[in-house]
Ligand binder design. Structure first.
Ligand code: SAM
Length: 309
């Protein structure tokens, strides 16, 4: 992917991207907020006071959350608009949190940081915008201390076989549909009864809140979004499958320890706009109790892998 084009895109759309990534919206799911929630809980288990590098930190939301959790964070991003927003948020922090986080405007290939220094490196929604995966794994390998943790999140290519979208059509045309279905097949394993019970409890709760009267306000609006067509304004990131990302990580000596499904879908996403506002998301959220299980990678459009060096 062309770097200049990525930089222009995030400079132009920084505020909008942060809003849709972190704020609850009636028709879209705050993916970045949920990724940050998972990263925060994974790193909380590693102890306080970690040195963390947040690559492609965007507007600094995750970096600041980790600083508030008592870690020391460096956030790096190549978009000046994103770094301006991150520094503004940093300025609003209490002094004792401000000194825990700093932001650097740089292309990640040009950063000058101490090797083997960081306890953890995070790269949320970044890898798909890089020309290739090796750049990121090589950098993480250089900068992490031995046994450090590397957290990577990206779009889940397996979900192309579930979304019934233009992406499904493309996978079939490219002859990739069958290998993807075989990778999906391997994920139906190790599903404990407790998690299913939690899912059913959440589902019951979300269904109770549905107001059928709200349907008339929204039904049929923006019907174009439920067709197979692509949104030409979006910058399409490269996609990965959990298994292939794990194989790539292994080439650099990383071992996969966890894989979380993020942004679950209980129904075909095209149904979203046919339902009253927020209903699709509320129902989908009931799958969150299953997010740490392999099977969640079937219905989640994003995944988050945890690697150990
Ligand atoms: C999808 S946003 C994610 C932001 C942030 N990680 C979050 O989850 O809130 C991807 C970010 O990666 C940054 N980025 C893309 N390519 C980069 C590169 N080569 N070096 C540094 N940052 C980069 C973009 O500017 C953008 O802010």
């Amino acid at each position: 992917m062309d770097k200049q084009c990525v930089r222009n895109y995030f400079n132009k759309n920084a505020e909008e991207w942060i809003k849709s990534g972190y704020d609850e919206d009636k028709y879209s799911y705050p993916v970045a907020f949920h990724r940050a929630r998972i990263v925060s809980s994974v790193l909380a288990e590693k102890g306080p006071n970690l040195n963390i590098l947040d690559l492609g930190c965007g507007g600094g939301n995750l970096s600041i959350l980790l600083a508030k959790n008592g870690h020391n964070v460096v956030g790096v991003d190549q978009s000046s608009k994103m770094i301006d927003i991150a520094n503004e948020s940093r300025g609003n922090l209490p002094k004792e949190e401000q000194y825990r986080v700093r932001f650097v405007l740089s292309d990640l290939e040009k950063i000058d940081l101490q090797e083997n220094h960081f306890d953890a490196v995070t790269a949320m929604g970044l890898i798909g915008y890089l020309p290739n995966d090796d750049i990121l794994f090589r950098l993480a390998d250089d900068l992490l201390r031995p046994e450090g943790t590397f957290l990577v999140s990206c779009r889940n290519r397996l979900f192309n076989m579930v979304s019934l979208s233009y992406r499904t059509v493309k996978e079939i045309e490219q002859g990739e549909a069958v290998p993807l279905l075989y990778e999906i097949d391997e994920l139906y394993q190790g599903i404990p009864k407790q998690e299913i019970e939690d899912f059913l409890d959440c589902l019951k709760e979300s269904v109770q809140g549905i107001e059928v009267e709200a349907l008339s306000d929204s039904f049929g609006e923006e019907s174009a979004s439920i067709r197979l067509g692509k949104d030409d304004n979006a910058l399409e990131a490269r996609q990965h499958t959990p298994k292939r990302l794990t194989e790539k990580a292994a080439e650099f000596g990383f071992k996969n320890t966890h894989c979380f499904g993020v942004h679950p879908h209980l129904m075909d996403p095209r149904v979203n706009r046919l339902l009253p506002p927020d209903v699709y998301n509320r129902i989908s959220c009931s799958l969150e109790p299953l997010e740490q299980l392999p099977v969640s990678l079937v219905w989640s459009s994003v995944f988050l892998s945890v690697f150990e060096k």
